[in-house]
Each structure stands twice: as structure tokens, then as C-alpha cells.
Design a protein around this ligand. Structure first.
Ligand code: AVJ
Length: 328
């Protein structure tokens, strides 16, 4: 590379800021307007999400924790101990130790797109589990990635917590599951948390809590646009809206304009009319059979599942068939 090229690169904004601007322009120009929920998670957004997981209305994290508390030993009896544990989208700090204790993995591979967060949580786990060999990988697990050499010869179990799969459309979820099956290889297990369809009021309350933490989480996206993309959006002109879309079986979060607004983002002008919304997140929910069908479509065979006592949330265990297995 020539010196000139190196200099030029220094002035190119970081690729993620570039991508953020491109997606915000596209999302605000589209109809309906929509932004990807992955932009929620700047530092403040990650803190707000942590606060959400402790809310009385947000049952998901507590339910999954309860399931692991009660059933981790049984999970370990099925998978066996000593596998490599590959956590997709790590940082579920409270749940991971329960699995580490039960599965006694010979290696732990947390995978996350945010390097900062990844190294911070890996360091915390290293303190708690000094004998555990930890190999953090910075990657977007939606794209193919290679596992660290240290775990290549070990049998694997993947963990995808929190019903994060709910943020994906069904075709994207299927593609993700297939890519994960390829990465984890033959004879692997996948442990995946999937939130269930339930009473609409219960669902909406989980995404529109009384303390307004989820509202702040949603509105933080406006603050982020203003900060990172020199936006002039009046934050008070938007309100948080959460609704249950029964036909699509998903919770939708929107930012709804409370009056007509005009603003600029990175030099571009935009206008939004009163009551128009920006769709910021979809969180798909699955019934028991639908969840199993989703896993099968993604190349996995469901073999066991557990729920919390109220049946709000499910943790499913699936296996990736070895190539010699005849489909049953
Ligand atoms: C992290 C995607 C599982 O959809 O429940 C929580 C994110 N959004 N409250 C979810 C979220 C609003 C969460 N996931």
C-alpha cells in the first residue's frame, strides 16, 4: 500500500459510523420508516438494556435464568460435559456461569460484535473461572466465521440466549441457524432461548414498562443519531410505542412523531408528519410447535425443551445431525 493510501484511510470515518449513517439515511427515507435494533446498543443503550432485564414486566431474562437454574444439570446429562461452549452474542453475564458450572466446558468461546464489551465480560469470567480456557472472538455471527484453532478438535455446544433470534425475520433466522450448524459442525448441540406467544397485554407490558426504561431505550436511538451523525432531531417530538402485531406474531417498537417535525442528519434534511412512526424493533414470538419447526427449517433436530413454571419462555436443545443419520 502506498503512503498516500495509508494517509487517505486515516480520514475515512470508522466503517461502523459510515454504515450507521448509510442505514439511517436509508431507514428514514423508506416507507414505512425503519431502523435496525442493532443500533440501540451504544454504551448508554447497553446500560439501558441491562436495566430492562431487571424490570418486573420484562420476564424474559428471569425466566431463562430460572430454567437454567433448574435444568442445567439435565442439559449436561444430554450433551455430556467437557465440550467447547460457543456463546453467540455473549455478555449474558448472569446466565453464562450457570452453564459453565453444569457443562464444565473444556473451552469457552464468547462471540460478540462489540470488542469492548466482549473483552470486559471475558475478563470478568476469567476471574470467576480461573481454570477455564476462554477464547473470545469478535465477529458478527450473521456472517460465516472460523472458530479458534484451540477448539477445532473439540465437540461443541452452542448457546444463543435471550430470544435474540426474535429480532430476525423468519428467513433470516433460518439462514442464521443454517450458518450456525455449519460453523458448529456435525454432532454439535444448540441451546437456544425463544420467547413464547402469550397474552398480548403481558407481551406489551414487557416492552412498555411502567418506569419508562424501555421508552428511554428506544428514544436513546434519537440521542445517538443526534450525537454520532450531527442530528438536530427534537427528542421530545417522539414518543415510544410498543404494540403486538398478532398476524406477524411479533412485538413492534416504534418511535412515533407527536407533531410534524423537520430536522437534519449529517447535512441531509428530513421531515416526518405527526403520527408517522419509525419502526425500530421487531421481537418475534413462537408457539411450541412453531419454535421446533423453525429449528428444523434451520437444519437442527429439536431433542428437548424446558420452560419456566409459568410457561412464558422456552429453552430448546437441538442437535445437528451427523451426515450419516437418516432423516426420521
Ligand atoms: C435482546 C432482542 C432479546 O427483543 O426482548 C428488550 C431487546 N427490546 N426490550 C427483546 C429488547 C426492548 C430484546 N432482545
Amino acid at each position: 500500500m502506498s503512503l498516500h493510501a495509508v494517509r487517505a484511510l486515516k480520514h475515512v470515518p470508522s466503517s461502523s459510523e459510515d454504515q450507521f449513517r448509510t442505514e439511517v439515511f436509508a431507514g428514514l427515507s423508506a416507507r414505512p420508516r425503519a431502523l435496525s435494533p442493532r443500533w440501540f446498543y451504544d454504551r448508554r443503550g447497553s446500560e439501558l438494556f441491562e436495566a430492562i432485564t431487571a424490570l418486573p414486566e420484562y420476564y424474559l431474562t428471569r425466566a431463562e435464568y430460572t430454567i437454567l437454574l433448574r435444568h442445567a444439570a439435565e442439559i449436561a446429562r444430554i450433551t455430556g460435559i467437557g465440550r467447547a461452549l460457543i456463546e453467540l452474542g455473549s455478555g449474558s453475564s448472569v446466565k453464562t456461569p450457570l452453564l459453565l458450572n453444569a457443562l464444565a466446558p473444556s473451552a469457552y468461546v464468547p462471540i460478540d460484535i462489540s470488542g469492548d464489551f466482549l473483552h470486559q465480560s471475558a475478563a470478568a469470567l476469567a476471574k470467576r473461572f480461573p481454570a477455564l480456557s476462554i477464547h473470545p472472538v469478535i465477529a458478527d455471527f450473521m456472517n460465516p466465521f472460523t472458530l479458534p484453532a484451540a477448539v477445532r478438535s473439540l465437540p461443541r455446544v452452542g448457546y444463543f440466549a435471550g430470544s435474540t433470534i426474535g429480532n430476525m425475520t423468519v428467513p433470516v433466522a433460518v439462514e442464521f441457524l443454517r450458518a450456525t450448524a455449519r460453523t458448529l459442525g456435525e454432532g454439535a448441540f444448540l441451546l437456544i432461548g425463544i420467547d413464547r406467544i402469550k397474552d398480548a397485554r403481558r407481551l406489551v407490558a414487557a416492552y412498555d414498562d411502567a418506569q419508562g426504561v424501555t421508552a428511554r431505550f428506544n428514544l436513546n436511538l434519537i440521542h445517538r443519531i443526534n450525537r454520532d451523525l450531527q442530528g438536530t432531531i427534537p427528542v421530545g417530538a417522539f414518543r415510544h410505542a410498543a404494540l403486538w402485531n398478532d398476524y406477524e406474531a411479533r412485538i413492534e417498537m416504534h418511535l412515533e412523531a407527536v407533531h410534524d417535525i423537520e430536522f437534519r442528519v449529517a447535512g441531509e434534511s428530513f421531515s416526518i408528519a405527526e403520527r408517522e412512526t419509525i419502526h425500530t424493533e421487531s421481537s418475534l414470538k413462537y408457539g411450541p410447535r412453531e419454535a421446533r419447526t423453525l429449528l428444523r427449517a434451520g437444519g437442527w433436530s429439536p431433542i428437548a425443551e424446558w420452560t419456566d413454571p409459568e410457561g412464558l419462555f422456552a429453552l430448546l436443545l437441538a442437535s445437528s445431525p451427523s451426515s450419516s443419520a437418516w432423516p426420521q
